[in-house]
Design a protein around this ligand. Structure first.
Ligand code: CIR
Length: 255
């Protein structure tokens, strides 16, 4: 199942996170990010995962978002190609740091694609085209995944959303939690059961289902009301990391 995991890779917070890419030009404070990140690590442990910790990379302000330069599928590690110049070098570093954990290493060599644009549901992947993932990158990744036995569809991320997964997450078999903007995508509407969150609760659509736990951003009353009926929720503050457009899914790489 798409939410059953045993392992997670997490990178320690770097002090330079204050200079991370931010669509609103905000600068999170290191100590506050550290606090949110520590609670995140605790929650991942509580969900039963073995954590592989990577050292901080001061040269790369956004490097705690380990989901973007790499993708795991079965025992394969696929090194992606982040679009932004300030992030692109993360891919070579993470490859060397984690390759020993996988049987097979593959590379996206043409075009750009970031992990935040890749939604995995069982054997299927949805790759969202965005300002960070282009057609060439999506097709290159799609060819790699298909050779590994997966199925892939390429879909368009709504214009003002950073990554496809910024506003949606798989929370159950064939159930995707979505913001109202993502709920409008015909592709999602016709293929999945969607739980749509109301306007104002977009932040909660970047949740993270891990085994029997659902990690949910704190402060979203409606989302909590809807989801607590069925899911075992761990609420986590993401106020500080959201200043650099980040959420729960991007701070770990899971398999
Ligand atoms: C960036 O713009 O690349 C970072 N500030 C945030 C990346 C968030 N990644 C993700 O949601 N997968």
């Amino acid at each position: 199942m798409s939410y059953n995991f045993n392992n997670a890779i997490i990178r320690k917070t770097n002090k330079n996170i204050q200079n991370g890419l931010s669509s609103q030009n905000l600068h999170p404070q290191y100590e506050m990010v550290l606090n949110e990140h520590n609670n995140y690590v605790k929650a991942i442990k509580e969900a039963g995962l073995k954590i592989h910790i990577l050292e901080p990379l001061e040269k790369y302000p956004d490097s705690i978002f380990v989901e973007d330069p790499a993708l795991t599928y079965k025992s394969n590690l696929i090194i992606l190609n982040p679009f932004d110049r300030s992030r692109n070098g993360e891919k070579d570093i993470i490859k060397e740091e984690i390759k020993h954990l996988f049987d097979n290493i593959l590379l996206v060599e043409n075009g750009f694609v970031e992990g935040g644009d890749i939604l995995n549901i069982n054997n299927h992947f949805i790759v969202g085209l965005s300002n960070r993932t282009n057609k060439l990158g999506a097709e290159n990744l799609s060819n790699i995944l298909k050779k590994l036995g997966a199925t892939v569809d390429i879909c368009k991320t709504p214009e003002d959303i950073l990554h496809f997964k910024s506003e949606c997450s798989v929370i159950d078999d064939d159930v995707i939690l979505v913001s109202y903007k993502m709920a409008k995508l015909d592709y999602l509407k016709s293929n999945y059961n969607l739980i749509e969150l109301p306007i104002g609760e977009e932040g909660a659509s970047n949740s993270l289902r891990i085994n029997d736990k659902l990690l949910l951003p704190d402060g979203f009353v409606k989302a909590e009301e809807i989801l607590s009926k069925k899911y075992n929720i761990i609420k986590l503050k993401v106020d500080e990391i959201s200043k650099v457009d980040a959420g729960l899914s991007c701070m770990s790489l899971r398999w």
